[in-house]
Design a protein around this ligand. Structure first.
Ligand SMILES: Nc1ncnc2c1ncn2[C@@H]1O[C@H](COP(=O)(O)OP(=O)(O)O)[C@@H](O)[C@H]1O
Ligand SMILES: [Mg+2]
Length: 227
């Protein structure tokens, strides 16, 4: 049994430069651990630093002080290539705005991370992509373009894409933020079912207390500080 947390944050802080030359602290001295196979909601109002923190944890932003480690390994020394390599093997992302590639069909979108990872024949990738779409109830829409899909369907494609590479960690940033309540509930149900079935570690960023309540643990962020 591996007791090391999947992710550890130690005194993590980040700032952004403002147009007037000033600096704004977005993440303020955050320390936390995320154990494998657990689900954690990070809750906070708009502008509290949720996306800033999630993008550091997701290795999308390297401009921070303090320590971020995966499996006990400090990520500070990793090159851009190391970070992309790790990201495409271990981390899946779901964003509020779905972020599908508009000129690719549903299955081609799901196939993308598998293609980036390399080493798998296209026929196998297509089969895997269609199977992932099946798990989110969209097998019949595999050839549809994103513009032909509803918001809820697009987000289900994004979930299938995020999970296609069998990641250890899934980071969802306001995954139902652009959906009406009913559609959001349905997408959340699919998300949580998949996370549970695959044993993925979930970090779910949201301002929605009802969505946060579905996670095993809730952390609150306020002006960059986590509690
Ligand atoms: N690149 C940036 N330039 C200027 N301000 C930023 C930038 N990124 C984030 N901010 C500011 O930092 C704060 C935290 O932003 P963010 O992490 O996006 O919050 P949340 O996701 O909780 O809404 C906000 O006040 C936001 O306006
Ligand atoms: Mg945000």
């Amino acid at each position: 049994m591996n007791d090391t947390p999947l992710i550890r944050l130690d005194h993590l802080s980040a700032k952004v430069r403002l147009p007037d030359g000033g600096r704004l602290t977005t993440v303020n001295n955050v320390s936390a651990s995320f154990e494998r196979g657990t689900s954690t909601a990070i809750v906070g109002k708009s502008g509290s630093g949720k996306t800033s923190l999630a993008s550091i944890i997701g290795l999308l932003n390297n401009d921070y002080s303090g320590t971020l480690s995966y499996d006990g390994r400090d990520c500070a020394a990793w090159s851009d290539a190391d970070r992309s390599h790790f990201r495409c093997r271990h981390i899946g992302f779901v964003f509020q705005n779905y972020s599908l590639i508009p000129h690719l069909s549903a299955w081609e979108n799901v196939a993308l991370p598998l293609q980036y990872r390399g080493g798998t024949p296209m026929r196998t990738i297509r089969r895997r992509a269609v199977r992932m779409l099946h798990t989110v109830g969209l097998a019949k829409r595999a050839d549809s373009m994103p513009s032909r899909l509803s918001g809820g369907e697009q987000q289900r494609v994004a979930i299938a894409r995020a999970l296609a590479t069998d990641p250890d960690l899934l980071i969802c940033d306001e995954p139902t933020g652009a959906l009406d309540t009913e559609t959001g509930d349905m997408v959340a149900a699919i998300l949580f079912r998949q996370v549970q079935e695959l044993g993925v570690t979930l970090i779910l960023v949201t301002h929605d207390p009802q969505l946060a309540a579905r996670c095993e643990r809730r952390l609150t962020i306020d002006r960059g500080k986590l509690s």
